[in-house]
Ligand binder design. Structure first.
Ligand code: F6R
Length: 360
């Protein structure tokens, strides 16, 4: 049941310290800078030259997160919407690995893309939450995110675990290709081990309820971020529209000035996510919106330069830029939840949506 929580969504948001700890348990060794993904023997990914990640919705945002971490680790990778894959699949060659990212393992669009990839000779991996799901059975290899059952239609804890597992997988693929562990694991793994506590700190101190209330009855809600904060901005907006039924959009911070800025008014709060990747540029983009009257909500550590100009602040602990977006995402999950609660929406079962979409 929901226990002390009014909704499964809130319960699942609060489960993230536990679900993330379960995901990484036994898989990382911060002292020795090692990653052990139990199903994959040494050198499994040595021959991988390029990676295609296929997924839909929130899982697509996790896939985008994964593609960026792969690129940053020096591995060619693209995230593709599974429902576009039928007409827009990039070529598959001997070194192509296709990763299907799907919480349920039953999403028809994603299964179709996975099958197409297999037919075309790609090696396949599924990253999923559901043991025995179709995607888990059909892929060559499966990596379980171990988030536990997710009842709320809006995906929350599973996004965090997907992004973390893809980050680990990215490091493994990069290491297998090079025949040695990537150098930056020394800082990433201890920060990853600290994530459950940091999420707990965010949950305990979040001002999301006050901010949701302050900006209720706005016309539109915009979410911006750069680098790994970009998929987080997209996810923030998707969650917001799904459960509040209000208009929300996520943009790459640098794209605002290429069109969306025309929509910005005092009635469109802008949530800017800062993860330590060219933050000064994102701050400049955010200021451009603020100059047009938009309230600016900065999602960043305390003492960050964005705090000096922002109208409101959602604090996240300092961490590795590879992980900061996931802490920011928890703040945005809470904003959406509280905004939907103020509007009295059926948070766990939004209209027109299903937990698992088994039709193309
Ligand atoms: C959003 C949401 C959906 C799913 C999408 C893919 O909150 O839940 O966007 O992420 O339908 O579902 P899975 O991950 O089961 O393939």
């Amino acid at each position: 049941g929901k226990g002390e929580y009014d909704h499964f969504m809130l319960k699942e948001i609060h489960e993230q310290p536990t679900s993330l700890a379960q995901a990484i348990e036994g898989r990382i060794d911060p002292e020795n800078g090692r990653i052990a993904l139990e199903d994959f023997g040494p050198g499994t990914f040595a021959g991988v030259s390029n990676v295609q990640l296929v997924a839909c919705g929130t899982s697509y945002h996790a896939a985008l997160y994964g593609a960026l971490t792969l690129n940053q680790a020096g591995v060619r990778a693209t995230a593709l919407l599974a429902n576009e894959y039928g007409v827009a699949a990039p070529p598959i060659d001997d070194g192509t690995l296709v990763i299907a990212v799907t919480q349920s393992g039953e999403t028809a669009d994603t299964l179709r893309a996975l099958r197409r990839a297999k037919t075309n000779g790609a090696e396949t991996v599924t990253v999923t939450n559901v043991v025995g799901s179709t995607a888990a059975r059909e892929a060559d290899e499966t990596l379980f995110i171990r988030a536990g059952p997710e009842i709320g239609v809006a995906a929350t804890k599973t996004f965090s675990s997907q992004a973390v597992m893809l980050t680990l997988l990215a490091q493994r693929i990069a290491a297998d290709r090079r025949g040695e562990p990537p150098a930056d694991l020394d800082s990433l793994l201890p920060d990853l081990a600290a994530m459950p506590d940091e999420i707990e700190a965010v949950l305990e101190s979040s001002d999301a309820a006050a901010i949701a209330s302050r900006y209720r009855s706005s016309r539109s809600y915009f979410f911006i971020g750069r680098g790994l904060a970009y998929p987080v901005a997209l996810e923030g907006a998707l969650k917001f529209k799904e459960i509040t039924y209000e208009h929300a959009e996520g943009f790459a911070a640098g794209e605002l000035k290429h069109g969306p800025l025309a929509l910005v008014t005092p009635e469109t709060p802008v949530f800017a996510v800062f993860t330590g990747q060219e933050d000064e540029k994102t701050l400049h983009n955010a200021e451009e919106a603020q100059t047009r009257g938009a309230p600016l909500v900065a999602v960043c550590p305390d003492g960050h330069p964005a705090c000096e100009i922002a109208d409101a602040h959602l604090e996240i602990p300092e961490t590795d830029p590879t992980l900061a977006g996931l802490l920011a995402n928890v703040q945005l999950q809470l904003v959406s939840y509280h905004a939907a609660e103020l509007l009295d929406r059926p948070i766990d079962k939004p209209r027109n949506l299903a937990k698992s979409v088994t039709v193309e």
